[in-house]
Design a protein around this ligand. Structure first.
Ligand code: SF4
Length: 337
């Protein structure tokens, strides 16, 4: 995929993350779980790229590996033109400040014994940023940006609702004044009404602070309004990548079309033609030959089980890895002539 380095904040090239399985008397590597298998994409400054797919598709691993929360198996990730994968851990430190993450379960990442003000300040302390007073002021500012009040700083995690805890998670990232945030399923554990509030906060913050997001989600519906572009992942590979409009109006990969058909339309008079995918996502330990989607694809032909389709540009800004692209429609069906 050709992209110009200058307009991209992040550029991922051929990123691979395998988890080795050891066995036998000599405890040798006998197999690999191919969680992320040679993916490339870029993220422009100020945009939201959403990475979407069923659980087990590698989207979360991709987000974590990009930040080097997991060490990559191979590949390159450029941030402002610097290959992060080539840096030593101590050289990563300034980049870790710039690149933050918000987890799906903020409760799991908060110390139940610490008032949330202290948890939010943790990153500032680790990076030796500011005096105690300056850190306190930055914490209050980050909290106010996500709609929390000053007195909340002294409260403990169990005193907050799920939506408030996610605001705390966002404040923990914001306090570092990042340029780029990986949002790892940030609303998946929340009620639908709360999801919209948190998504609105994220959108407002992006606009006011000029943030760039990688938004990881298992549901296309969640990312419809926040995405600039969408990459659909299946079993460690990118199946389709395009602008939000193209993915939602003209999906071309059979897997994207099936995912889209599961997204409800908020109008009771319009129904989507639901495509039910047979079977589960196969194991990343031993992915199917050729196109990894072929055992579940209603359009598979012989070539699909033999040749892996390359990610190619179907039309400007619309990339797809499929031997037989379809003309999907926004109502979830396939155009027939
Ligand atoms: Fe389906 Fe074949 Fe396209 Fe894979 S390459 S998505 S099996 S039509």
């Amino acid at each position: 995929m050709q992209t110009t380095q200058s307009e991209n904040l992040i550029e991922v090239r051929n990123m691979v993350k395998y988890y080795p399985i050891q066995g036998g008397i000599l405890n040798r590597v006998v197999a690999n779980v191919k969680a992320v298998d040679n993916i490339s994409f870029s993220i422009k400054k100020g945009e939201t790229l959403s990475l979407v797919g069923e659980s087990g598709c590698g989207k979360t691993t991709a987000g974590h590996t990009l930040l080097r929360l997991h060490e990559p198996t191979s590949g390159e990730v450029y941030y402002k033109g610097v290959n992060l994968f080539a840096l030593k851990e101590r050289e990563m430190k300034p980049y870790r400040r710039d690149m933050q993450i918000v987890f799906q379960d903020p409760y799991g990442s908060l110390d139940p014994r610490l008032p949330i003000g202290e948890s939010i300040a943790e990153g500032l302390k680790i990076h030796h940023i500011g005096s105690a007073q300056e850190r306190f002021e930055r914490v209050l500012q980050a909290m106010s940006r996500v709609g929390l009040q000053d007195f909340h700083a002294l409260r403990y995690p169990h005193e907050f609702s799920g939506g408030q805890r996610q605001r705390i998670g966002i404040a923990r990232a914001l306090v570092m004044e990042p340029k780029f945030i990986v949002l790892d399923e940030p609303v998946s554990a929340l009620d639908v009404s709360i999801q919209a509030q948190v998504l609105n906060i994220l959108k407002d913050l992006q606009d006011s602070l000029d943030l760039t997001y990688l938004f990881v989600a298992h549901n296309l519906g969640v990312v419809e309004h926040i995405s600039t572009r969408v990459a659909v992942m299946y079993l460690g590979k990118i199946a389709e990548l395009s602008t939000r409009e193209e993915i939602f109006e003209h999906p071309a990969h059979p897997y994207t079309i099936a995912l889209l058909s599961a997204v409800p339309i908020p109008n009771p008079k319009i129904r989507r033609e639901r495509i039910i995918l047979e079977g589960d996502v196969p194991s990343a330990l031993n992915p199917p030959s050729g196109c990894r989607f072929h055992p579940r694809c209603p359009f598979a032909t012989e070539i699909c089980s033999q040749e892996e389709p390359e990610l190619r540009e179907l039309m400007p800004e619309h990339f797809i890895a499929c031997h037989h692209p379809q003309e999907g429609t926004s109502s979830g069906g396939i155009k027939t002539s």
